[in-house]
Design a protein around this ligand. Structure first.
Ligand code: KG4
Ligand code: ZN
Length: 344
């Protein structure tokens, strides 16, 4: 019988549900983004995020089932993001999943969101080529994590950000430059018209560690802007001021990309990884994709298809499939884990 997992993801500001068959075939993938709502605050407003999840989740799950042309009778298990994430947001997905699983007497499977990003690899065209160990770099709005995937569901955490996540740095600098939220994709767009060697922003290497730090880079961009426009109110949009936005964006992006590229390829070499997999929202960035692939040479570098880079429920269902096959069954009193490291 076909194993068909219903995935639910509400860890941050996307309300998502999906149906995935056999851990690799997406039958439906529905994502409602709250970007427009949070754009007016320049970042995610947690209480609003959870309220919007409550209003949206029923419709998203129903749509995921109807687009997949299945009913709950055809679902083998419900996989839901248990953490890490915003507590109020996580609870909406968890409680929905519990309701479905309890009502239908089917298994409930709690998934680590980071493991979800990792399992987007098995939803990509490269799934058949994957050999372990895999060097995984997860770069998103909430996380910058580097792990060695030794086998399915076996991780060794190598390092992560000590301060801002890579996507968070994109979002903060985007805001500073007067670009709309979320900063990442808009900053990438702005950088296309810019020269990345105009500003020499710092690359923080943190020698002898696989950790990252991006807050100094963000501060360097703030200083550059302040020096040019001392009267600028940094809390406000800079769009009315004549900033060299494209050059600042390109130079900032180059600094982030240099560090991510260099450290991930060095780690892959050190741990004899058979390939590198970069996932999470920032992995949609074309400059990052090209830079890591170039630097890695013969070592294959894989990325999810762009629609699976940012948060979605297909990746949660794909991870859920692995865990379902491995026999994981969670209790009805499963709690949310707002902080939940992967691979300690
Ligand atoms: O994976 P994701 O949806 O959420 C988290 O799990 O955090 O990632 C969202 C992040 C945001 O910070 C967004 O600005 C960033 O990914 N992002 C990008 C790009 N597209 C999304 N950053 C750089 N370049 C992009 N093209
Ligand atoms: Zn994510």
């Amino acid at each position: 019988m076909t194993v068909r997992i219903l995935g639910i993801e509400t860890s941050c500001d996307e309300t998502a549900a999906a149906v995935v068959e056999e851990g690799s075939t997406i039958i439906s993938n529905v994502v409602a983004s709250q970007n427009e709502i949070h754009a007016q605050y320049g970042g995610i407003y947690p209480e609003i995020a959870s309220r919007v999840h409550i209003e949206t989740i029923h419709n998203i799950v129903t749509t995921a089932l109807s687009e997949a042309h299945v009913s709950l009778d055809d679902i083998s298990a419900v996989a839901v993001t248990r953490g890490p994430g915003l507590i109020g947001s996580l609870l909406v997905g968890i409680n929905t999943a519990k309701g479905i699983a309890l009502g239908r007497q089917i298994p409930l499977i709690g998934i680590n969101h980071l493991e979800g990003h990792i399992y987007s690899l098995w939803l990509s065209e490269h799934a058949d080529k994957v050999e372990f160990p895999v060097l995984a770099l997860i770069v998103s709005g909430g996380h910058t994590e580097m792990l060695l995937i030794k086998d399915h569901m076996q991780y060794k955490r190598l390092g992560g950000t000590l301060d801002d996540a890579a996507g968070e740095a994109f979002d903060k600098v985007g805001r500073l430059l007067g670009l709309p939220y979320p900063g990442g994709p808009n900053l990438e767009k702005a950088s296309l018209m810019g020269n990345s060697s105009i500003f020499d922003f710092p690359r923080v290497w943190l020698d002898n560690s696989w950790d990252f730090s991006f807050s100094g880079l963000k501060t360097a961009v703030v200083r550059e802007v302040q020096q040019r426009f001392p009267e600028l109110d940094l809390g406000r949009s800079a769009s009315s001021v004549d900033l060299p936005v494209a050059d600042l964006a390109a130079s900032f992006q180059a600094a982030v990309v240099d560090v991510l590229k260099e450290k991930s390829v060095q780690a892959a070499e050190k741990y004899n990884a058979k390939c590198i997999f970069v996932s999470g929202g920032v992995s949609a960035n074309t400059t990052l994709r090209e830079a890591i692939s170039d630097r890695a040479g013969d070592l294959p570098v894989y990325f999810p298809p762009k629609f699976l880079c940012t948060d979605n429920a297909s990746m949660i269902a794909a991870a859920g499939h692995q865990r379902f096959e491995a026999g994981q069954r969670d209790d009805w009193n499963m709690d949310a884990k707002p902080s939940w490291p992967l691979g300690l």
